[in-house]
Design a protein around this ligand. Structure first.
Ligand code: MG
Length: 255
């Protein structure tokens, strides 16, 4: 079911967006060579406690998950790209880290993700990350009243294809509201002028993620972490946005 939010409800969603943005910022600031993924999760957990927020992940147990997630942050390193279950691992020079975080504040959810390289980056990793960011910007720019979901999908895909990346549509963006995942699905590839018309009050997460040389993934034995089929690296950029008469509002915008 597609739920549309009133302008007052979108205002109520802002604290969650700001909080999620602050956690992503803190993760990007803390991530460095030698930092353990469990330390990042612990810091995110501490921020949740201090803010009186609620984790969307810790008890999350969808049909594709082996057991409740048990952590509050997704940390995906190198060939891991989505749903990375934090483990006892210290970041190494040149690691490509994607963090994904969703939490609820005042009963409203926001969801955001970003990738960085710790230490000395490889050129190809920076290009991959930059492409997910530009695809996210293009997707957001297409999230205007009168457009359709397919316009967002097509805008994302065009950026990826121009850089030679293929696209996996098993996981993509989604409606966001009282819970983390709702309708509609927002695929990272699709046809312009097709799909659900975008109306004021639609709140969605847009989340392009690409792998360097494949569009195929498999699930790590941990039951959660999704890795590239060929060992190539992945990157991920995500914001929660509201479609409004005045254009898209990025609820999880960082300074
Ligand atoms: Mg997310």
């Amino acid at each position: 079911m597609i739920e549309l939010r009133t302008p007052a409800e979108i205002e109520q969603m802002r604290p969650a967006g700001r909080f999620v943005a602050s956690v992503i910022e803190a993760m990007l600031a803390k991530a460095a060579v030698g930092v353990n993924l469990l330390e990042l999760d612990a810091l995110a957990h501490e921020m949740i406690r201090k803010a009186g927020a609620e984790s969307c992940y810790i008890d999350y147990h969808p049909s594709f998950g082996a057991s409740p997630f048990g952590k509050v942050l997704c940390t995906s390193v190198n060939d891991a790209v989505l749903h990375g279950l934090p483990r006892d691992y210290r970041l190494r020079d040149g690691d490509l880290l994607s963090v994904d975080f969703a939490a609820s504040v005042d009963g409203w959810v926001s969801d955001s993700a970003a990738s960085i390289v710790v230490g000395s980056p490889r050129e190809e990793d920076l290009r991959l990350i930059d492409t997910t960011r530009r695809a996210l910007d293009a997707g957001i720019a297409a999230a205007t009243v009168g457009n359709r979901i397919g316009d967002i999908s097509a805008a994302i895909a065009e950026i990826a294809r121009a850089e030679g990346y293929s696209i996996n549509t098993d996981f993509g963006g989604h409606g966001v509201g009282r819970t983390m995942h709702g309708d509609p699905h927002v695929p990272n590839d699709g046809r312009a002028r097709r799909g659900l018309p975008l109306k004021p009050g639609l709140v969605i997460a847009i989340e392009p993620w690409f792998l360097e040389t494949t569009d195929r993934i498999f699930t790590d034995p941990d039951g959660w972490t999704l890795r590239s089929a060929d060992g190539s690296r992945g990157a991920h950029s995500e914001h929660t946005i509201a479609v409004t008469e005045d254009g898209p509002v990025v609820l999880t915008a960082r300074d």
